[in-house]
Design a protein around this ligand. Sequence first.
Ligand SMILES: Cc1ncc(COP(=O)(O)O)c(C=O)c1O
Length: 345
Amino acid sequence: MDLRSDFLSRPTPEMVEAMIAAAQRRGGFGVREDHHVRELETLAARMVGKEDALFCASCGLANQIAIHLQCRRGSTLLAEASSHVFTSEAGGPAALSGVMCKGVPGHEGIADFDAVDEVLVAGDAQRSGVDLLVIENTHVRTGGAVVDMPALERLRGLARQRGVPVHLDGSRVFNAAAALNVSAAEICANADSVAFSLNKGLAAPLGAMLAGSAAFIDEAVRVRQMFGGGWRPAGIPAAAGRVALETMPQRLARDHTVAGELGAALAGLDGLSLGQSRVWTNLVLLDLDERLGLAENFAQALARHGVLAIPFGKRRLRLAIYYEIGLEDIPFIVDAFRKAIVEFN
Ligand SMILES: Cc1ncc(COP(=O)(O)O)c(C=O)c1O
């Protein structure tokens, strides 16, 4: 059972059918001409409350396009210090956009308000000014923590006071919406641009969306091309993406229930504890006692018993839940952990 990431979810039969149908139709020639791509982009823009949206190969690409368009060279990109744009996008902001990265401390994915306020200075002859604030929701490093509406509004307010735009790295924004019981559009109203994944909890085979104003997306088309991401024909993955948006957001609350139950069951085992104050969404962090050794070795033992998890630190593992994992799978997962624990005792 592969719990290393929610992107391992396979497309649903309905998505597969939509892809087969799309494969039988010739793709459009123009960059934004393809029928399936247009349908997906229109739906995506509507669901996050923005004027337009652009289909991208990955959420990392969507984030980097947003950064490139909103930051001048030498300016500063501000975000909570363990944000994905800093930790896992291969230095993209510096390499692709010449941007300085300033990470501020945060608690459970939410950047410290005072620290944000202090750093949000306008540039001057000597100092680099902040051109963009990135908020990540849900926040992956802390195990899917949700930035709630008051925090989003506060951060948005601080940025707005200084005339700084906000980009939402909403790779799992539909998980955040499900957890907060609000629409994705309500969350995204606090950002000028938003990137979100189709291939994680939404289970499309690949792809992500970048959304924002019509003028912003017009420019994004050019930058996507510049970054080598101008894909054609993209109708087949777009057809699956549309089904993902139509059918999967409403299912995510169930993933959160499974993750919560799994977290509770595993945290009760000898030597394991939850690596987060609670399970917020579909990601579960587990901390290992010293006697269970390093996460890397423990993950190997676990794999021998049929469960794949990723080390998320020296003594921490991460498990991701997606639609193919249900409450009925919990006994098998718990049993694999029990057997692995025995190996280390
Ligand atoms: C918060 C966050 N942003 C961006 C990404 C990048 O997504 P992709 O792998 O599609 O580039 C991820 C991937 O896990 C993520 O968790």
